[in-house]
Design a protein around this ligand. Sequence first.
Ligand code: SF4
Ligand code: SF4
Length: 198
Amino acid sequence: MGIPGSGLAKGLAVTLRTMTRRAHTAQYPQAQPELPPRTRGVIGLFEENCTVCMLCARECPDWCIYIDSHKETVPPAAPGGRERSRNVLDRFAIDFALCMYCGICIEVCPFDALFWSPEFEYAEEDIRDLTHERDKLREWMWTVPAPPALDPAAEEPKEIAAARKAAEKAAAAEAAKAAEAAEAAKAAEPDGQNGGAS
Ligand code: SF4
Ligand code: SF4
């Protein structure tokens, strides 16, 4: 059996220790939380990039992406060319009452049309209002943070490497051409002006 009152002393010690520590509780909404940059708050749609490929809607585990579209015929780009058909978006909506924020739709979109926004304050009194239509999804786009800077130690993107190689090749060809022209001009000069002192 322990010393009488030791339990109470231990309890008080814990209380005192905790009292001196900084509280982790934030007084939301007076104090806004500091969110990590890749917070999954809400999904923004960059409509111009969407080709209505339906991949996001097919891969969504909750079936909460609703897309409607129709086909349009585009006239040929040049005379004699063939007409093309393209999908035109009529409806794009996400039901955030069903969404489980897995991010699969954003990962699978091949055209960079979906992005995470850290905004999370969109609670509604009516659950139906949690279905955000394309206009609202576009509004969220303006709250999407800029992509993080590339790691300085990262491998150079192959597009940049290819562009630099092409620019270097063009510059070398240009320099060779200029040298050739200078040689030709020198050769065309009369002997007296060609530096020949014989
Ligand atoms: S985050 Fe996941 S659940 Fe939500 S819409 Fe995208 S794929 Fe569906
Ligand atoms: S995967 Fe991307 S491009 Fe395809 S329908 Fe979804 S948002 Fe549009």
